[in-house]
Design a protein around this ligand. Structure first.
Ligand code: GLU
Length: 445
């Protein structure tokens, strides 16, 4: 490793103690940049790595609210504006008990490069709270969202920072956040949040975009080996928004989804998962996935298994960070898996990625493969700004083109630096170069 790279990572680690996820995300990107450092001396001379890895701003705030039993609850809210080099901070908000500054910073950092890859003029940010939506009533979720926005509204705006959803935040939560923003600012301000319900100015196909996009990316990748998803056995971890629409698109393209999961365990259905049941359970009833076998003959629930334990050709981690370990990668490879496509953010541990690459399995990193969600968020911003509503087919077509472009950019840089099929390298370099150029152009700010 070059001395500049080493020094940058060491300084970062000492400045950010106990932020393992953030360091994991930065290390992966920085290691990819090694071959560029000698070629572009300005990266070091202009302190690009130091500037790109220090968030522009990090906001933390108290969120107090009253639960259904009249008790006062206190959570912590976060919004990290990591980089506005390419546009306003853009990225989702995660409501989950595991949320802490480390989680938000790693996500915001990933978002910089993901958003750069979309080519749509959006910076990188992320936010959220350690609020646990599980088991909360609709009224509690609404009161929490209102309390959260009562502080956040000072910092967001269509040219400043445009939040959206992530784990635990969907169209319902975005609606409550938008309502409070509107109440506090007396402005309709459609452009301040994306992932809105269509009736509030949301884009058609936004809900589907992350999952669909990951599958479009997978199809592009498989096509480089004259292969496709047709007839492939697939497993998809998770059963949230990303997982459900990833699974739907796999089925549409002729693949079979054998397993899905949630935090309680996995379901396996040899006939192929019935997504109407999963959608009803997850999107309507907000129930656990162990209900599925009760409604579907021949399927089974496994509380101790991960979806990676079931034989498959293609795996889509669509749940959460670091959910696919080295042992999981071994199990996948032993069962003949040929490709892993990340629908979630950083779900595959670094050692697992190395093994998959060593064994010549295709691997798509989240910042490329799951960029479809934020890309359609940017299309939502475009529609709002132009007072337009595009059809589902128009948005889906744009999404498909954007995913194909991202795939092209990744392979271009992977091939240029003689690392064919290295999508991690290609995505990091392609994402970085645009941001670095912008940082350089602005001068020292
Ligand atoms: N949370 C999503 C992501 O990880 C979407 C962000 C957005 O739409 O702004 O990219």
């Amino acid at each position: 490793m070059s001395t500049y790279l080493k020094r940058s990572l060491e300084t970062l680690a000492s400045r950010n103690p106990a932020q393992d996820l953030f360091m994991q995300a930065v290390t992966e990107v920085f290691e990819s940049l090694e071959p560029l450092l000698a070629e572009i001396p300005d990266i070091e001379a202009k302190a690009i790595l130091e500037r790109i890895s220090e968030p522009e701003r990090q906001i933390m705030f108290r969120v107090s609210w009253v639960d259904d039993r009249g008790r006062i609850q206190v959570n912590r809210g976060y919004r990290v504006g990591f980089s506005s080099a390419l546009g306003p901070y853009k990225g989702g908000m995660r409501f989950h008990p595991s949320v802490k500054l480390d989680v938000i910073k790693f996500l915001a950092f990933e978002q910089i490069f993901k958003n750069s890859l979309t080519g749509l003029g959006i910076g990188g940010g992320k936010g959220g709270s350690d609020f646990d939506p599980k088991g909360k009533s609709d009224g509690e979720v609404m009161r929490f969202c209102q309390a959260f926005m009562s502080e956040l509204y000072h910092f967001v705006g269509e040219d400043t920072d445009v939040p959206a959803g992530d784990i635990g935040v969907g169209a319902r939560e975005i609606g409550y956040l938008a309502g409070q923003y509107k109440r506090l600012t007396k402005s309709f301000a459609q452009g301040v949040l994306t992932g809105k319900q269509v009736g509030l100015g949301g884009s058609l196909a936004r809900k589907e975009a992350t999952g669909f996009g990951a599958v479009y990316f997978a199809a592009e990748m498989l096509a480089t080996r004259d292969d496709s998803l047709k007839g492939k056995n697939c497993v998809v971890s998770g059963s949230g928004n990303v997982a459900i629409y990833c699974a739907r698109k796999i089925q549409e393209l002729g693949g079979k989804v054998l397993a899905m999961s949630d935090s309680s365990g996995s379901i396996h259905d040899p006939a192929g998962i019935d997504l109407d049941i999963v959608s009803a359970l997850k999107e309507v009833e907000r129930a656990r996935i162990d209900e599925y076998p009760k409604r579907r003959h021949g399927s089974k629930f496994f509380p101790e298994q991960k979806v990676w334990d079931f034989p498959c050709d293609v795996a889509f981690p669509c749940a959460t960070q670091n959910e696919l370990s080295l042992d999981d990668a071994k199990a996948l490879l032993e069962n003949g898996c040929i490709a892993v496509i990340e629908g979630a953010n950083m779900p595959t541990q670094p050692e697992a990625i190395s093994l998959l690459r060593q064994k010549d399995a295709l691997f798509a990193p989240g910042k490329a493969a799951n960029a479809g969600g934020v890309a359609v968020s940017a299309l939502e911003m475009q529609q709002n700004a132009a007072l337009q509503n595009w059809t589902f087919a128009q948005v889906d077509e744009r999404l498909k083109t954007i995913m194909a472009e991202i795939h092209k950019d990744c392979t271009f840089y992977a091939n240029k630096y003689r690392r064919p099929d290295d999508y991690v390298f290609g995505a990091n370099v392609a994402g970085f170069l645009k941001v670095a150029e912008a940082v350089n152009c602005y001068g020292v700010i």
